[in-house]
Design a protein around this ligand. Structure first.
Ligand code: EPZ
Length: 426
């Protein structure tokens, strides 16, 4: 299993360009299916989840061409609307293709994606929302889900919880539905705003973008379009946490401060000196992080995807801090790995109580999931000696080049392959 190795306690000093947003690009790739023509997406991150979505679209009949960070999707002729099970298992977020294929062809099929290490991940809100637009949903043998509609008709959807994926699924199905769709209780994440802006560029008619109530007027035709994805706010937040863990300074080009307001407030309370500019974010940290108490919440609250990197910062803070995880019921798996590095973390339901210890102790740890793996990189930068992180396939799903980026900021970090493992007998 390939890994990452970090020599900790070296202050950072450098600058990087933040990659394009994974969680903005994945639904945009699904949106390309709505149009029998060509869609170009720019600033696309070269990460595992994007490659997987390209494989899915290609298996359905799309022609995809990724050159550097520019992705061209020709969806003129699609032969299938049933997503193969192996892809659904590999990437849960393929579920948004349900709404896209329903919107394009009036039928779609997929499988229950199942849970993962951060929670049970149900899709009841997705199926409820698509049902409100007239889709007949049937649950079949082996967790297969088929959805069909003569013609989707606009309807009123009331989400009891602002699910990001369910909002995206209904938006994609509503764009070409007959009539008007009103989505109440819509998710307001920046990735939803980017998706709506990209859909508008394709000819969709959407109002209330970024609000709790979004209105979509169905259209018959869409057009060829180009759209540039925003910088990845979670990657930017992860790198801010890296500088705060290691100390030093950095400039994150392409980080959009407007999408990180809630996060920057917390990091400033922890002692970070953060200067925001139109083209990026400058951060300096000359002390141990101060303790804070934070609850994760849907946007514009503190994002659940930065909860694990925050836990790593609290693990080395000069006091006692708390984190409440209110979005996913199982997102504290990183705590066990941080304890192996000497962290003092008590878990009580959805609350983590942390007493800071500095420095942590470098040792061998295992990435439990995507953001948990990134959090172990943050912790390794504040640990004495060498930290070896295995299970990096999780990290590669969302970070294009975390080692290269951190090296550019002065970190002593490298990828280790199985061959390396053999050299020094470990
Ligand atoms: C998206 O997941 C993101 N993934 C997640 O990022 C992110 O953590 C999450 O939104 C919250 O911001 C992508 O965009 C690809 P939800 P999603 O539907 O859409 C419950 C990462 O690390 N729920 O907003 O799956 C659900 O169980 C990933 O990049 C239902 O109960 O999130 C959870 O408790 C991890 N029924 C809560 O809502 C449903 O039908 C939030 O889920 C759907 C969701």
């Amino acid at each position: 299993m390939s890994g990452i190795e970090i020599e900790g306690l070296r202050p950072l000093d450098g600058e990087v360009t933040v990659q394009g947003s994974k969680n903005a690009v994945l639904p945009m790739m699904a949106a390309a299916v709505l149009h029998r023509g060509t869609t170009v997406l720019k600033n696309v991150p070269r990460i595992q989840d994007v490659f997987c979505m390209i494989d899915i679209l290609t298996s359905m009949g799309c022609k995809c061409n990724l050159e550097e960070h520019r992705l061209t999707i020709d969806a003129s002729s699609i032969g299938r609307v049933a997503i193969p099970r192996e892809y659904v298992t590999a990437m849960r977020s393929s579920i948004v293709l349900l709404g896209a294929f329903l919107g394009r062809a009036g039928e779609a099929a997929t499988y229950y994606p199942g849970g993962c290490s951060i929670g049970s991940r149900p899709i009841d809100l997705h199926l409820y929302g698509l049902g409100r637009l007239g889709a007949q949903i049937s649950e079949q043998e082996g967790g297969r889900i088929a959805a069909a509609a003569q013609r989707l008709a606009g309807g009123r959807v009331r989400f009891p919880y602002p699910s990001v994926g369910a909002t995206e699924n209904v938006l994609l199905a509503a764009v070409k539905a007959q009539g008007t769709t009103v989505i109440e209780g819509a998710a307001r994440e920046p990735e939803i705003v980017s998706l709506c802006r990209m859909l508008e560029g394709m000819g969709a008619r959407i109002s209330g973008i970024g609000e709790e109530t979004v209105v979509v007027e169905g259209v018959n035709e869409l057009r060829d379009s180009e759209y540039t994805a925003p910088g990845d706010r979670i990657v930017a937040g992860t790198y801010l946490a890296c500088v705060m863990a290691a100390g030093g300074r950095a400039y994150l080009r392409g980080a959009d401060a407007a999408q990180l307001e809630g996060v920057l407030k917390v990091l400033r309370r922890m002692g970070a000196d953060i200067q925001t500019q139109p083209s990026g974010i400058r951060v300096r940290m000359g002390r141990r992080p101060k303790p804070v108490s934070v609850r994760t919440a849907p946007y514009p609250g503190f994002p659940t995807d930065l909860q694990s990197p925050l836990l790593s910062l609290l693990a080395v803070c000069d006091g006692r801090g708390q984190v409440w995880e209110t979005v996913f019921e199982g997102r504290f798996a990183t705590a066990g790995q941080l304890r192996r590095m000497g962290a003092c973390i008590e878990l009580d339901g959805n609350r983590a109580e942390v007493r800071g210890v500095y420095p942590l102790r470098g040792t061998r740890v295992e990435a439990p999931d995507l953001r948990g793996g990134a959090a172990l990189v943050v912790a390794g930068l504040a640990a004495e000696g060498r930290t070896g992180i295995v299970g990096c396939s999780h990290i590669l799903r969302g970070y294009e080049d975390i080692c290269g980026d951190l090296k550019a900021m002065g970190a002593r970090i490298r990828r280790r392959t199985e061959a390396d493992e053999g050299t020094d007998g470990r």
